[in-house]
Design a protein around this ligand. Sequence first.
Ligand code: HH2
Length: 279
Amino acid sequence: MNPRSSTNIGGREFRWGERTFIMGIINVTPDSFSGDGLAYDVGAAVSQAQRMEAEGADILDIGGESTRPGAAPVPVKEELRRVLPVLKKVVSSVKVPMSIDTYKAEVARRAVDAGAALINDVWGLKRDPALAQVAADRGLPLVVMHNQRGTCYVDLLAEVVASLRWSLDRAAEAGVPEADLIVDPGIGFGKNLEHNLVLIRRLGELRSLGHPVLLGTSRKSMIGLVLGLPREERVEGTAATVALGIAAGADIVRVHDVAPVARVCHMADAIVRGPIPQI
Ligand code: HH2
């Protein structure tokens, strides 16, 4: 990837390499692992969105189905019932672009109609390949994340890269432009602790794919396993993963705790990217 390449997300130019961008998480679920779910509470979601924007979020990612292992699958109708009212209200309450965290084409289509400017697919088009067509038809960028059932690998990095290449090829076939595709190693998805640590350590290898890299480690169980701390005490662990992720090549970090992570990004960017970015 040309480090000066850029992607337009919701009318804003994201110039990759200049600084790290922050995606704030808004879970409108009753059962998210991080304990931050705001099911059906539109007012609370709007307040959270406005706070995250003020704290430095560049994108806000709304999700209506928890990806936590063992979480109950959510039918399309219910997912729409959770995300659409929030999306409609938040879109008119903040200036930053909104992203929809779904692997279902129908949910993505309706969310885009309601104002979502980015599609975030935690199954990298493996569950619903029609999602690529939604991104292509609406001219929207797409995050393809690595995910698989089970945690069996012969060569972790090679398999994650090959799987992401498969997702990128499916997206390109559907007509999504190269500049609109973002990759994500899927920390905590079909991986054990060692896999997650290695993927962050070797994140730079994903850059061979030629696309911006999104890293989602916020409050995840890998941090709990290393530090022996519950999810509400994982902000420092998250900060470590963000700083080292930036050093290894992350372009976007997806987090719950925007204010502290914004400071981490600013400091890490000053060291890794220079010159000192403006705040
Ligand atoms: N992680 C989660 C959800 N969506 N999307 C991307 N691109 N990358 C990630 O790492 C990622 C993601 C899981 O985190 P969270 O949304 O906080 O939890 P839950 O799925 O339980 O709501």
